[in-house]
Design a protein. Structure first.
Length: 368
């Protein structure tokens, strides 16, 4: 306890001193520098990072979405997601050449524990060009329109297989349908890319909402398409691994009660283990009011909390066994407790890293 408090106080104070200097850079520049640092850290032994994790994270075991976690925090998809490529051949060539196509894959889980890798699409995407990441310090928010930049499921799976001896013991893989593609085969092939190479994550997440592309993610959250995409994924997992790897689903923050009611029934009927509420909130980017990007952190918090409250009510009224995982603006004990009051057992975070530092989750756990 004393050692944990001491290390966390040093980390908290150190980041409070460093943050103003970090914020002298644009969010885009800071993110690019972070990726370079992660690339370096991935090449070094992670024993020190694991020791820091052991000394700073409270042991608060929880079972959520059929997964046993040592503590209730999971780093959300979008941080450890990988480089973008034009083609699958280029991405696979980079893997063969020894390029680290998923910066942070080794170092971040060593430091923070459970991480959801991705999102990964069936084929690689280069994402959007120019400035694609912003921060709003006043509201402790972040915004991005990275545009699902990733190396594609096949190359990501090949990379993890190549480094399988160093893969973390526990991680999730987030799969996003390719923008503009509504064919369930797209999702099944993406999941199959990992399973066929012997990559067994603790869970898969199907990302039905990605607001930082030019695609319209709302269309994927209709009853018919949700049933088709989730049903195909569940059938494939049941066939390939007898359901031993659970499927979670991530939804958007602006769905009505009636929409959520319909989706929860679909999730229940299909055997979805958990719903992550929520993805980022679609808002105009700072540089151009005609272009949308996904907002996380403080600005997302009230929307995500409202969605969680609605889901919790539906879950209770219908007696659904689906777990609810909160995601949106969890940065301190107050936001943590607000979600917990609705029966939430696990939390995903991202913006907290920006505003509270790399041990944000450990700090929150220690403060509650």
């Amino acid at each position: 306890m004393l050692i944990r408090n001491l290390i966390l106080q040093i980390s908290k104070t150190g980041y409070q001193i460093a943050r103003p200097f970090i914020f002298l850079q644009s969010a885009q520049s800071a993110h690019e520098q972070t990726l370079k640092l992660l690339n370096i850290l991935d090449k070094t032994p992670v024993s020190f990072l694991r020791l820091v994790h052991t000394l700073t994270f409270r042991h608060m075991p929880v079972t959520v979405g059929k997964v046993d976690l040592p503590h209730p925090f999971i780093l959300a998809a979008g941080f450890v997601k990988g480089l973008g490529f034009e083609t699958e051949q280029q991405a696979l060539r980079a893997v063969r050449d020894g390029v680290n196509i998923i910066p942070g894959w080794r170092a971040i889980p060593g430091l923070v524990g459970a991480v959801e890798f991705g999102s990964f699409t069936r084929y690689p995407r280069v994402g959007n060009s120019g400035t694609v990441i912003w921060r709003d310090s006043a509201s402790q928010s972040t915004q991005n329109r990275v545009g699902l930049k990733n190396p594609g499921a096949v190359a990501a799976a090949a990379f993890l297989y190549q480094n399988r001896k160093s893969c973390p013991k526990q991680f999730g893989i987030n799969i996003a349908p390719s923008p503009g593609v509504d064919d369930p085969v797209d999702v099944v092939e993406a999941i199959g890319a990992f399973l066929s190479r012997g990559i067994r994550p603790s869970w898969f997440t199907l990302n039905l909402s990605c607001p930082n592309t030019e695609d319209d993610p709302e269309n994927r959250q209709t009853e018919t398409l949700t049933k088709a995409l989730c049903g195909a994924a569940m059938d494939y997992l049941n066939e390939q691994v007898a359901g031993s790897i659970p499927l979670w689903v991530k939804i958007s923050p602006n769905l009505s009660y009636s929409q959520l009611d319909v989706l929860m029934k679909v999730f229940h009927d299909l055997g979805i283990a958990a719903v992550i509420a929520t993805n980022t909130l679609t808002q105009p980017i700072p540089d151009n009011a005609t272009i949308q990007g996904g907002v996380g952190g403080g600005k997302l918090y009230p929307y995500a909390l409202s969605t969680v409250a609605k889901l919790a009510k539906i879950k209770q009224e219908k007696n659904y066994p689906i777990d609810i995982i909160a995601c949106g603006g969890i940065q301190d004990p107050l936001t943590y407790i607000a979600y917990a009051q609705h029966g939430v057992k696990a939390y995903q975070y991202w913006s907290a890293l920006v505003y509270r530092g790399p041990l944000a989750a450990a700090l929150i756990l220690n403060e509650i």
